[in-house]
Ligand binder design. Sequence first.
Ligand code: PBG
Ligand code: ZN
Length: 329
Amino acid sequence: MDTVFHRGRRLRRSPQLRALVRETAPLLAEELIMPYFVVETDDQSFRKEVASMPGQYQLSLGQLEGQVEQAVDNGLGAVLLFGIPASKDAQASAAYAENGIVQEAVRLLKRRWPQLVVITDVCLCEYMSHGHCGILTPHGAVLNDETLPLLAKTAVSHARAGADMVAPSDMMDGRVAAIRQALDAVGFVQTPVLSYAVKYASAYYGPFRDAAESAPASGDRKSYQMDSANAREALLEARADVAEGADALIIKPAGPYGDIIRLVRDAVDVPLCAYQVSGEYSMICAAGQNGWIDQKAVMLESLLGLKRAGADMLITYFAEGILRQGLAR
Ligand code: PBG
Ligand code: ZN
């Protein structure tokens, strides 16, 4: 009898056959980046679980060191740092203070683990009294060009502390060029810019704003972060950042934007990072805790999907857990 239909099951008959024809490699330890929230406090025992992110903590410097030590022992190679300052103002001065919390955290980690890749999130929202990512007018508008020097100062202060890469997440226009220029001007020509080039105004950031205490006091971020309905615009943003000197790009959120990861992957040649954001993490944890899904399996499937979409690196709050459980090679 002639074969009249596709017998896809032939190559699925055993684990060995499935492995032989598998298109996407399993997770590697070296492509995972773990975010940490570091709190400026004298209490070195300070450690507070984020209510909406089970297993994630706000950490003092002392606690950060212990936490990273375990993770590094388990094979962690890269971290992304967020700071929670002791005080905020309308100029975000704690963001670029020489002895700011992120700057101190970078020094601490690089002193102990020179090989660890330390990436810093460059933004002002955690340091602004109003919680926006740029300078605010009395009428509530976020100023673009006036914000750029503050972002550049912040990035330079991170590089001075020893950051291996700076990752601007503010979505002001022209910030990659401003940061590149500022870094070069003081000799940090070798510090790469990992730009959050494609960052959507997303409700999936909700839990993060608890963790980083960075929710805007009024309004939203829609005048600077992208409209989630737009795909073509992602190419404009990605190409603009590459033209301004970005060395690698971040797309975020990740899971609901797999089409965007693929689109950008096919259009630009720099390395791409997918950021599985707080809401994606919390939803998987919540369903897992309820016994509604197999948390471990869904976690791995969600990340494999990002690699399949074309991501080279993954920022995920699951990074520590994956390494602890030996789920990455
Ligand atoms: C700061 C920043 C945010 C995230 C990363 N950097 C929050 C925001 O833009 O509101 C979100 C990360 C997450 O949800 O895990 N601009
Ligand atoms: Zn911000």
